[in-house]
Design a protein around this ligand. Structure first.
Ligand code: SF4
Length: 60
């Protein structure tokens, strides 16, 4: 699994950072960014994907 953030869709709520702080971080623009693109716990990241209110976290 690889993840990325759709910056247009992200509203900067911080949910993903709360769930997976080793994978997501708030960027200077107030939106989330991915700080670990691979090798993370996929079930935790899937939880962040599921709970993002705007479906801004994309996975492939
Ligand atoms: Fe952005 Fe979604 Fe993360 Fe909230 S959970 S900061 S909307 S990517």
């Amino acid at each position: 699994m690889k993840v990325s953030i759709d910056k247009e869709a992200c509203i900067g709520c911080g949910v993903c950072v709360s769930i997976a702080p080793d994978v997501f971080e708030m960027d200077d623009d107030g939106k989330a960014k991915v700080i670990k693109e691979e090798g993370f716990d996929e079930s935790t990241v899937q939880s962040a994907i599921d709970q993002c209110p705007t479906q801004a976290i994309k996975s492939e």
